[in-house]
Write a new protein. Structure first.
Length: 353
């Protein structure tokens, strides 16, 4: 039996969909399982034992119709028996269609349901603390009566060599286990997912005041200027705790460094999902337009905590659609003052550091 699991999109989505491969491996131990993802997300799923092959969807397939067609032909030649499309957009619709598989499963959409032999409607309300992101993906494999009992956590796998290299790198920069180490998800993937800079600076100040921890910043290279801006508006005492230049040169390098951290604090996004997959405690600050129940995976109020503006000022969200909130996200952020959630941050840090 040959199975193809499709999950294009961002790191958080790809990590979350690894659970589909994991439960499929348990259900079909002798099957060949391939996992199709965008090339830029591949580093977070290397070394994962729950699939046999990673199929890369390269950027050139989006830009070049001939290259896309050649890729689709290769998919056809593989002769998959079973396709699970967790993405459900045009590209994955085409991949599923070309696969020729006898079983094709995805989430229900009225305009693409004819492509699949089975479609699943997403449940908007979680039934466990795993979040709807986890539970709805499990619905692609299991009937409703098995969802709660099959809850699975996404996992990242690192080699001993990767972990040791990261430890040596940290120690060479004066960072040891003598003091707690906190990774700050200092910037979101876009402005609408980023706490205002002056607020993030106050969060970092509070983290240092409460925990006396060493601080690392997580950001991508083209965000360095903004990360530096936030650094510059933290307190002088805080700056002495921040190791701004300690920065991994690759995504695998970042994961190895993160595995040595005692906690991650900051904007919701891929870094939070990666920390959870490495079993690192997280304190997540959600954007006003992101639906918290969809992505607050395994929140327990202790090891994993999160805050959303709606927790404190629910009246701002009355009768607002997701689209309206997305458009107003930047307008809503100024209301999300750190003093609203400093007590929660203090409880988290005291519990986990």
């Amino acid at each position: 039996m040959k199975i193809l699991v499709i999950q294009q999109k961002m790191i958080g989505d790809v990590l979350t969909s690894t659970i589909i491969c994991e439960v499929l491996r348990k259900e079909h131990p002798d099957a060949t399982i391939d996992f199709l993802v965008n090339s830029n997300t591949k580093p977070v799923i290397i070394e994962n034992p729950f699939y046999d092959n990673i199929i890369e969807f390269k950027k050139e397939y989006q830009d070049n119709k001939k290259a896309l067609y050649s890729f689709l032909v290769d998919i056809r030649k593989t002769k998959y028996d079973y396709v699970i499309d967790a993405y459900g957009k045009l590209e994955s619709n085409l991949i599923t269609l070309f696969s020729g598989a006898s079983q094709k499963v995805s989430f229900y959409k009225w305009y693409s349901q004819f492509i699949y032999t089975k479609t699943i409607k997403r449940n908007p309300k979680p039934i466990t603390n795993a979040s709807t992101a986890i539970e709805n993906r499990l619905r692609l494999v299991f009937p409703e009566n098995r969802i709660a009992s099959e809850i699975t956590r996404p996992k990242i796998f690192l080699t001993k060599e990767e972990k040791q290299k990261a430890k040596d790198f940290l120690e060479s920069n004066g960072i040891t286990a003598k003091r707690p180490l906190v990774m700050i998800s200092v910037l979101g993937s876009e402005k609408r997912k980023t706490l205002p800079f002056e607020y993030m600076a106050k969060v970092i100040d509070a983290t240092v005041n409460i925990s006396d921890a060493c601080i690392l910043f997580n950001y991508i290279p083209n965000q360095e200027k903004d990360a530096r801006t936030i650094y510059n508006i933290t307190m002088p005492k805080t700056q002495r705790h921040i190791h701004f230049e300690v920065f991994a040169k690759s995504l695998r390098g970042f994961l190895a460094i993160l595995s040595h951290c005692d906690a991650l604090v900051g904007n919701e996004g891929g870094a939070v999902n990666m920390a959870k997959a490495l079993d690192i405690p997280t304190f997540t600050i959600f954007s006003p337009w992101i639906i918290k129940k969809d992505w607050n995976m395994f929140e327990d109020g202790e090891k994993h905590m999160s805050v959303h503006l709606s927790d404190f000022l629910p009246e701002l969200f009355l009768d607002k659609t997701s689209k309206e909130l997305k458009n107003k996200s930047i307008e809503l952020y100024p209301y999300f003052k750190p003093q609203l959630f400093i007590d929660q941050l203090r409880a988290f840090l005291n519990k986990n550091l």
